[in-house]
Design a protein around this ligand. Structure first.
Ligand SMILES: [Fe+2]
Ligand SMILES: [Fe+2]
Length: 262
């Protein structure tokens, strides 16, 4: 895993986005789409607000076993968490721009946080990865199916970042799984598939009103997210562990364009 290039990427990406004007209640979208979109984005906003405490605990534990191979990884993860927090800020503005209300609490957030605590670190990181893959499908879908330029610009920015996050995690898991025995690797993949499918189904059901307003069925959304999961597993099998941020972005952009509807 080329950790210095990821650190460089996260540092450079901090200032690469020019935010569009997001005056409160200024969206030209029709109410039938604007309000469900605001409601749905508010749930994603809440999901992006975490401080990364559990993740950092996992990272510290992993680093104890692989200190040489993962030198600098904790800094890269801190920069990654900071990028997610910038997404939370951007989504906060977007929800207000759309005339929505920010959430302090939501049942999916509470359930996933409790599950992550109950089921241990490895499951914790799988849920995080699953959230990234769902985000790829979700923001890609909004980007391609809405006509509001401010919404599309913000979703495009988050989509680009999320695709790089997936590449970042893929690099990490390539290193990690290479150290496991074949049966344990198969078990990990099975756990990931189950976790991904269950999470995608819950998210599709929870956001059904918004999906309906976009004319996307829950099944279609689940298929889209599962495709993102399959792409991730294929990447994981790839022998190349020197996957670079920029190269991975170009290939994933192409994949995402093919996978998103519209
Ligand atoms: Fe994010
Ligand atoms: Fe992310």
């Amino acid at each position: 895993m080329n950790i210095p290039s990821w650190i460089q990427y996260f540092e450079r990406n901090r200032t690469s986005f020019e935010e569009p004007p997001l005056d409160p209640d200024a969206s030209p979208l029709r109410d039938g789409l604007r309000l469900p979109l605001a409601e749905s984005l508010a749930v994603f906003q809440l999901g992006e607000t975490g401080g990364g405490t559990r993740l950092m605990r996992y990272v510290r534990r992993t680093l104890r076993h692989q200190p040489d191979a993962l030198e600098g990884y904790d800094l890269a993860v801190r920069l990654f968490v900071a990028e997610e927090q910038r997404h939370a800020l951007l989504l906060e503005k977007l929800v207000i721009y759309l005339g929505g209300t920010l959430l302090q609490k939501h049942w999916t957030n509470t359930v996933f946080r409790q599950l992550r605590t109950l089921l241990g670190m490895e499951f914790n990181i799988q849920i995080l990865l699953t959230a990234e893959l769902i985000a790829e499908a979700y923001y890609g879908m909004i980007y391609r199916r809405t006509t509001d330029d401010a919404v599309r610009t913000c979703c495009h920015k988050i989509l680009r970042d999320e695709m790089r996050h997936i590449a970042f995690h893929t690099n990490f898991f390539q290193e990690r799984l290479a150290r496991l025995s074949r049966p344990l690797r198969s078990l990990w993949r099975l756990g990931f598939r189950i976790c991904h499918r269950v999470t995608a189904t819950i998210v599709a059901w929870d956001h059904r009103r918004f999906l309906h307003s976009l004319d996307v069925s829950q099944g279609e959304f689940i298929r889209l997210t599962l495709k993102a999961g399959q792409r991730f597993l294929r990447r994981l099998d790839s022998s190349s562990s020197s996957w670079q941020p920029e190269v991975s972005l170009r290939s994933r952009q192409k994949a995402s364009q093919l996978a998103t509807p519209g």
